[in-house]
Ligand binder design. Structure first.
Ligand code: ATP
Ligand code: MG
Length: 356
């Protein structure tokens, strides 16, 4: 996909997201959310402003919310899932800290749901190898992969993701921009399954992506902030760590600070970060810093981020004292999600004439 068609895809998704916001406000009970992350490290500000903030907001508006911990998908770009248990628990803690309520929302690991994984087989039959090869996010991830060879899991994980979303018939997926091509795969799988096996009654919804106002936050090196790229500011970082990371962030040679994401991505990303934490427009932050240059900008970002994250970090520290709670949240979430996956698989097998 060229960057122009990419931008068109993103702006269409942004328009659709604005429409969806209206519909959600009118009738939150019409929607079910599935969204999630790979347990490859602690969640960061890119996640927070890209999707986590939306997850909590929508949960609080009354939308039923499922949070997936995509543990099998860790293996898309590495041979071994290192410190997997620790990373899974970190993700649960991050979600509890930001306000996901395990009584209302379901947090689960997809490896614990055999029926969900079984959906992958019929779903794989609905997409072509050429379609999988064209996926721009998969191409980008292959470019950043730690492996020399590309595994079958890497090519097929967007289909696995379709199973993650469709097992619970979610119709709304709050995600960052990189996930848009995957959402297209999910919509394609749902449509083709319904066409082939629905007999006039659709089995699956075609879910919509819900983009936030920061669908692609950049990291300290000026590329997509990412757990695996060493450029992220974790929600759980200490204030000092945060200050150090922001001090080391890339800027550019021009002293005067402006907000111009196209021409000055690194500087603009820092401006945006301060603006998101302060709840103001980025242009305002840029104007206030102006001639103060990169050093003043970085001081401002550090203060805003640390102030914004202070209550989240305090809650996280409190939950981290109670590992039994973390495990209970997962056990209950896996049981709840597992029952839904079993029911959907049964429906799928019946539709495919495979209920013996
Ligand atoms: P990894 O490097 O291990 O792939 P990641 O940081 O890319 O980790 P994921 O678990 O792949 O995180 O992504 C989880 C969710 O967070 C997705 O919806 C993704 O779109 C969103 N997200 C991740 N990074 C960003 C970012 N920098 N800006 C906005 N959204 C993001
Ligand atoms: Mg990723």
């Amino acid at each position: 996909m060229s960057s122009t068609t990419d931008a068109i895809g993103t702006s269409a998704a942004q328009t659709r997201s604005a429409e969806l916001e209206q519909l959600i406000r009118k009738d939150p009970g019409r929607f079910r959310i599935l969204t999630g992350d790979r347990p490859t490290g602690r969640l960061h500000l890119g996640h927070y402003f890209g999707t986590l903030h939306n997850r909590v907001r929508l949960q609080d508006l009354g939308v039923e919310t499922f949070v997936l911990i995509a543990d099998y998908q860790v293996l898309t770009d590495r041979d071994v899932a290192e410190n997997l248990t620790e990373h899974v628990e970190e993700l649960v803690l991050d979600h509890l800290a930001i306000g996901i309520d395990p009584e209302r929302s379901t947090i689960f690991t997809h490896s614990a749901l055999p029926a969900l994984n079984q959906l992958l087989l019929p779903f794989l039959s609905l997409v072509s190898v050429a379609e999988l090869q064209r996926n721009p996010t998969v191409k980008d991830e292959i470019a950043h992969s730690r492996q020399n060879a590309v595994s079958g899991l890497m090519f097929t994980y967007p289909v696995h993701q379709a199973a993650d979303i469709l097992f619970c018939k979610a119709n709304l997926v709050p995600v960052g921009q990189d996930q848009l091509p995957h959402l297209e795969v999910t919509r394609t799988v749902a449509r083709r399954f319904n066409d082939r096996y629905g007999h006039g009654t659709p089995v699956f919804p075609q879910p919509d992506a819900l983009l936030s106002t920061a669908p692609l936050l950049l990291g300290t090196d000026g590329t997509k902030m990412s757990k695996s790229r060493g450029n992220a500011i974790a929600l759980s970082a200490t204030p000092d760590e945060t200050a150090r990371l922001i001090r080391g962030a890339r800027t550019d040679a021009e002293r005067h600070i402006t907000y111009d994401p196209e021409a000055r991505p690194e500087v603009s990303s820092l401006v945006l970060l301060a603006a998101l934490c302060e709840g103001v427009e980025p242009g305002v932050v840029a104007e206030e810093i102006g001639a103060g240059g990169a050093a003043a900008l970085k001081r401002r970002v550090t203060e805003s981020v640390n102030a914004y994250l202070a209550p989240i970090r305090a809650r996280r520290d409190a939950y981290a004292q109670d590992r039994a709670l973390v495990r209970d949240v997962l056990r209950a979430g896996n049981a709840r999600a597992g029952a839904i996956a079993d029911a959907t698989l049964e429906e799928v097998r019946a539709a495919m004439n495979a209920a013996y």
